[in-house]
Design a binder for this molecule. Structure first.
Ligand SMILES: [Zn+2]
Length: 263
C-alpha cells in the first residue's frame, strides 16, 4: 500500500505557515520564507526534503530557498519570474509537475492579483490525499491578499478560478489571518449566520493556539466576502459604501477590497 500524504503547518515569523507535505519519508515545503523552522521540522521527523514550491516573489515566501537548497539539494518550483533566485523549474498555467519521491502530481494555476507572478498548486484527489490547493497569498480563510501589483479585476478573476475547483478542496493559504479577516467579513455581512458560526469555531481553535487552516472551499464560499461579490447582501453593502447602483461583481469586489485596506 502506498503511504498517505500528510500536510502539516510549519509556523514561521508572526503568522506564516510553511506547509510541509510528506509521506513519512519524502517531503516538500511550500513558500519557505524562513529556513530554520523547516530544517527543524524535517530533522525531527527524519524526512528527506525533495522539493520547494514557491507561489510568488515576496521575501517571506522565498527567503529560505538558498539555505534549504544548499543543505538538501532539493528541486525548486516557482513562477516565471527571474527575480526569484534559485528556481529550477519555472511553472505557468497548466504546468503539471510530479514531486520526486512523493509521487504527488500538482497542476499550476496562474492567479495574479496580490502580485503579478502569483501561482497556486492544485492536486486532484487520489486514494492518498484529498483535493488540495496551495494558494499562497491569493485567498486566506475569510479574506484575500492585498493588491500589491495586480488589479481588482485580475484578483476577482483569480478567485473565481479557485471557486471553480471542487467544493471539498482544502485550501492551504500562507498566513493565519482568519480572526481579523472574520472581523472585516462581519462588517460586510453582519447577518451572515454561517459566518457567525465560523467565527465561534475559529476563535475556539485560536484559543488553543491551533491553526484555523486548511480551509474548505465550500465553507469559504459561504463566509468569505471576497468570494461573495455577487451575493445580494454583499452587493448592497458595497453599493451603499460606494454610493452607487448596479455594480458588477468585479466592481463590488473592488469596493470591498479597497475598504479592507483601511479597515
Ligand atoms: Zn505576499
Amino acid at each position: 500500500m502506498t503511504p498517505m500524504i500528510s500536510i502539516t503547518p510549519v509556523e514561521a515569523f508572526n503568522d506564516n505557515y510553511h506547509w510541509l507535505i510528506h509521506d513519512g519519508t519524502y517531503a516538500a515545503v511550500v513558500d519557505p520564507g524562513d529556513p530554520k523552522p523547516v530544517q527543524r521540522a524535517v530533522e525531527k521527523a527524519g524526512l528527506k526534503l525533495v522539493a520547494i514550491l514557491i507561489t510568488h516573489h515576496h521575501w517571506d515566501h522565498t527567503g529560505g530557498i538558498k539555505a534549504l537548497k544548499a543543505q538538501y539539494g532539493c528541486e525548486v518550483f516557482g513562477p516565471l519570474n527571474n527575480a526569484i533566485e534559485g528556481i529550477d523549474n519555472h511553472c505557468v498555467e497548466g504546468t503539471r509537475l510530479t514531486l520526486p519521491g512523493l509521487n504527488l502530481t500538482l497542476e499550476v494555476m496562474e492567479v495574479p492579483g496580490h502580485t503579478k507572478d502569483h501561482i497556486a498548486y492544485f492536486a486532484a484527489q487520489t486514494d492518498k490525499y484529498k483535493n488540495l490547493l496551495f494558494c499562497g497569498d491569493t485567498v486566506f480563510s475569510g479574506g484575500c491578499g492585498r493588491l500589491f501589483e495586480g488589479t481588482a479585476a485580475q484578483m476577482w478573476q483569480s478567485i473565481q478560478k479557485i471557486m471553480a475547483l471542487p467544493d471539498d478542496t482544502l485550501l492551504f493559504p500562507a498566513h493565519e489571518y482568519t480572526l481579523s479577516n472574520i472581523q472585516f467579513a462581519l462588517a460586510v455581512e453582519p447577518n451572515n449566520q454561517s459566518l457567525q458560526k465560523y467565527n465561534d469555531q475559529a476563535k475556539a481553535l485560536r484559543n488553543k493556539l491551533l491553526p484555523t487552516l486548511p480551509a474548505v472551499l465550500a465553507t469559504e464560499k459561504a463566509i468569505n466576502p471576497f468570494m461573495r461579490a455577487d451575493d445580494p447582501d454583499v452587493v448592497k453593502t458595497a453599493e451603499t459604501r460606494a454610493e452607487a447602483v448596479n455594480l458588477s461583481a468585479a466592481q463590488v469586489f473592488a469596493v470591498i477590497r479597497h475598504w479592507k485596506d483601511t479597515f
